[in-house]
Design a protein around this ligand. Structure first.
Ligand code: SAH
Length: 382
């Protein structure tokens, strides 16, 4: 079985030209439990230290096949190739923008698709990864949740996304703008990360390990719709992850219209959990605010939002809406966006407007997967 990944360097791939792996049940080796792997090796008279060698080859040395793992005995490499896979997923589509942003549509072992993005800028290389197939939160402006959630990703599937994106960085780069490895992770792809927190923490532990990808907790941002119990659990993990809460509205009535899960939770509970997160970790919380023209960007919203966040050690990330085909929202008018920025700043709140990267890859998160699925002729329903 080949572990070679078909990488398609194009921004428009007609359906069916990409090499595909048929759905199969074999997990990637990063998802095989250590005990099982140890047993498998022992049956063939190999010492358990081979496990670390294999992992290091994938995580640090960029091996993409067992054959690449030159510090393993040849026979073992062949046995591994016959029974295991380096990666459980394959690259269905690869879009590369002129600013070196890469977007991958990845086909999982069960045939489902997810997205992962690499953003390269200012000597940073940031991986944006998915945590679920689809999303169950149903935010009305977002493409990822249009068909609900299918399943959680495993820890290995999250690490694989990181490795595949890292393999797109240039290990020999001499350009100060381009990092030679991943420096940051944002958990802002498809899915609700805190609905899959255990697997996410396992994956981030591998990412943070110096024998893994070496990306420390302070360089990891986890974005959530706001699940208070899970925010507390994250704070209790004792790790210095950065928390971003998707607020998107300054009052419950409007937030529930935009983020339906707000109905059961309410903003007070979310803000209280976020305040606790700050107290426990010392890490300032970011509030994300998708700016939907005419809906949540008017002067009253600006003043209400400033009032809500005033006095909280927080930061606001304004994200002008990225259009999603078929959804009835608008990007904000320049003057409304500016008023929002000025009002928040006057209240002493730090504000940034999210830059658009890879904009010629004309699709907001979650849409590429849908386009790929549509091009594949409804072969998958999700
Ligand atoms: N479930 C997590 C991660 C979602 S993606 C969460 O709710 O935070 C990260 C951010 O992108 C979220 O704030 C999400 O609301 C926002 N987002 C999703 N679709 C968008 C779109 N079409 N335009 C702008 N922002 C979007």
């Amino acid at each position: 079985m080949s572990s070679t990944l078909p990488i398609l360097e194009t921004d428009s791939v007609p359906a069916g030209t990409g090499e595909r792996c048929s759905p199969h049940a074999t997990p990637g080796i990063l998802d095989v439990p250590i005990e099982a792997l140890r047993g498998w090796l022992a049956e063939r008279n190999h010492p358990p230290m081979r496990i670390n060698q294999i992992r290091k080859q994938i995580l640090a040395n960029r091996a993409t096949t067992f054959e690449d793992m030159s510090d393993l005995p040849k026979g073992l490499r062949a046995d591994l190739a016959g029974t295991h896979r380096v990666f459980s997923m394959s690259v269905e589509r690869h879009f590369a923008a002129s600013d070196d942003t890469h977007k991958l549509v990845l086909r999982l072992a069960d045939g489902r698709m997810i997205e992962a993005v690499l953003i390269q800028d200012d000597g940073r290389a940031t991986a944006c990864i998915s945590t679920q197939v689809g999303c169950g939160m149903g935010c009305v402006f977002c493409a990822s949740g249009l068909n609900g959630v299918v399943r959680n990703l495993t820890a290995g599937e999250m690490v694989e996304q990181l490795v595949l994106l890292r393999n797109l960085t240039d290990a020999n780069s001499t350009n100060p703008e381009r990092a030679q490895r991943l420096t940051h992770i944002v958990v802002m792809g498809m899915g609700e990360p805190l609905a899959n927190l255990d697997n996410l923490l396992d994956a981030l532990a591998v990412a943070g390990d110096k024998n893994g990808l070496g990306i420390g907790a302070r360089h990891v941002t986890i974005s959530t719709v706001g699940l208070p119990a899970k925010i507390r659990k994250l704070a209790e993990s004792g790790k210095q992850y950065h928390l971003a809460v998707s607020l998107h509205a300054p009052n419950d009535e409007l937030r529930t219209r935009i983020v339906p899960t707000n109905d059961k939770v309410g903003m007070d509970a979310i803000l209280a959990a976020a305040d606790e997160f700050y107290e426990k970790t010392g890490r300032q919380v970011t509030y994300e605010y998708v700016v939907l023209g005419g809906l949540n960007d008017q002067a009253t919203h600006a003043r209400q939002l400033a009032g809500l966040l005033h006095g909280r050690r927080s930061h606001v990330n304004l994200i002008p809406w990225n259009a999603v085909e078929g959804l009835p929202f608008k990007r904000p008018a320049e003057a409304d966006l500016q008023y929002l920025i000025d009002t928040l700043r006057r209240s002493g709140i730090s504000v940034k407007v999210r830059k658009r990267k890879g904009s010629e890859i004309d699709a907001a998160c979650g849409q590429l997967r849908r386009q790929a699925e549509a091009a594949l002729g409804g072969e998958r329903s999700q």
